[in-house]
Design a protein around this ligand. Structure first.
Ligand code: NAD
Ligand code: TYD
Length: 362
């Protein structure tokens, strides 16, 4: 049994599906269900007794303590966070509350639970084998110039956005809890993800959604900012590998060796849509591209050196950007109801109709 936080969000939900498919090991999924967390992402698991969904806060000490004592996980994978840079600019408070304060409370509950486990055990959780895996981002390293080498694990933390600063703060907590209390932690720093179930406020799903809705495709500034894109299932596989074989206290960068300027990403999406779902008027989706005001403090370039995880743990991404983006566009075309649900806010009513209650299958 493992505990996953934030397993109703984009990466968390992909991870939950992948974990159950590949390992069959049961998990408890603790998620607050913010705007970014959707039970619709987990609908296929309805009735699956290996998945226990609990709606709740990572900062709720009593709830988390009770969950740990009840389900006795052998590991915690911590995805839950406020995750969107633009929202962290317009309202940073929630980012500090969840990413920093929430992570602190979670860590303290986990430390208490871990300290009461047997040192070793033939079966069941034990202190030696227990792991707390912090899912973090490359944004903690700040920004790169076009000629800088990609981020290595040894790069200093130089966060620029409130989101990045809140993740860096929580990464520091994880590090300190290991150093001071010996809590067996692992930290991963991943580049930008894309794939199914991503809320259409992030670049790739937003562009697909707006293109299909006939809306403008907003490009911040000159569109030459670079991100290093990784298909979400590759990220999930990397996390499983780190959990299985990573060294306690180590950090691992995860990336797809796939740097792309935003403008190119948007053009690629437009051409895939032109092929799979041409506009009714016969014109190209690229005509909807619109340059808008830049994001304040916009980081110019992120790029990950994923050499350590490849050398030490033998992980490499399976998808290329071409294959991943094709799968992603197809997924959004096939899941118009999901997109409509999460963007209209109707998903809560939809869940209510489907399940009658926010928690299932308990
Ligand atoms: P997301 O915003 O899609 O999902 C976050 C989930 O956390 C949601 O289900 C939400 O309901 C839940 N949540 C938020 N606050 C909570 C709280 N206080 N208590 C319990 N649950 C809460 O995010 P995502 O894109 O899936 O990212 C998951 C993790 O991966 C985050 O920690 C993020 O920093 C990290 N990450 C994301 C990316 C990316 O490209 N999306 C890249 C690298 C790292
Ligand atoms: P985003 O998906 O928000 O991820 P992050 O800011 O964490 O990297 O944005 C990816 C890039 O796309 C980033 O450089 C900002 C840019 N962007 C746009 O140009 N237009 C948009 O509408 C959005 C949401 C992002």
């Amino acid at each position: 049994m493992i505990l996953v936080t934030g397993g109703a969000g984009f990466i968390g939900a992909n991870f939950v599906h992948s974990w159950l498919e590949r390992t069959g090991e049961a998990l408890v999924n603790l998620d607050k269900l913010t705007y970014a967390g959707n039970l619709a992402n987990l609908a296929a698991l309805r009735g699956d007794v290996r998945h226990v969904f609990v709606q709740g806060e990572i900062g709720d000490r009593e709830r988390v303590g009770a969950l740990l004592d009840t389900y006795r996980p052998r590991a915690v994978i911590h995805f839950a966070a406020e995750s969107h840079v633009d929202r962290s600019i317009s309202g940073p408070g929630e980012f500090i509350q969840t990413n920093v304060v929430g992570t602190f409370h979670l860590l303290e509950r986990v430390r208490d639970y871990w300290s009461r486990l047997p040192e070793t055990a033939a079966e069941g959780p034990n202190r030696q084998d227990f792991r707390f895996l912090q899912v973090s981002t490359d944004e903690v390293f700040g920004t790169l110039s076009p000629t800088d080498p990609p981020f290595a694990e040894s790069n200093p933390f130089l966060p620029n956005s409130p989101y990045a600063a809140s993740k860096a703060a929580s990464d520091h907590l994880i590090r300190a809890w290991h150093h001071t209390f010996d809590l067996p932690v692992l930290t991963t720093h991943c580049s930008n993800n894309y794939g199914p179930y991503q809320f259409p406020e992030k670049l790739i799903p937003l562009i697909i959604h707006n293109a299909l809705a006939g809306k403008p495709l907003p490009i911040y500034g000159d569109g030459l900012q670079v991100r290093d894109w990784l298909y979400v299932e590759d990220h999930c596989q990397a996390i499983m590998r780190v959990l299985e074989a990573g060294q306690k206290g180590e950090t691992y960068n995860i990336g797809g060796w796939n740097e792309q300027p935003n403008m190119d990403v948007v053009r690629i999406i437009c051409s895939v849509l032109d092929r799979l779902h041409p506009r009714a008027d016969g014109r190209g989706y690229a005509e909807q591209i619109t340059f808008v005001k830049d994001r304040p403090g916009h980081d110019r370039r992120y790029a990950i050196d994923a050499g350590k995880i490849e050398r030490m743990l033998g992980w490499k991404p399976a998808e290329t950007f071409d294959s991943g983006i094709l799968k992603t566009v197809r997924w959004y075309l096939d899941h118009a109801e999901w997109v409509h649900g999460v963007t209209s806010g109707a998903y809560r009513q939809w869940v209510q109709r489907q399940y009658g209650d926010a928690s299932f299958p308990v």
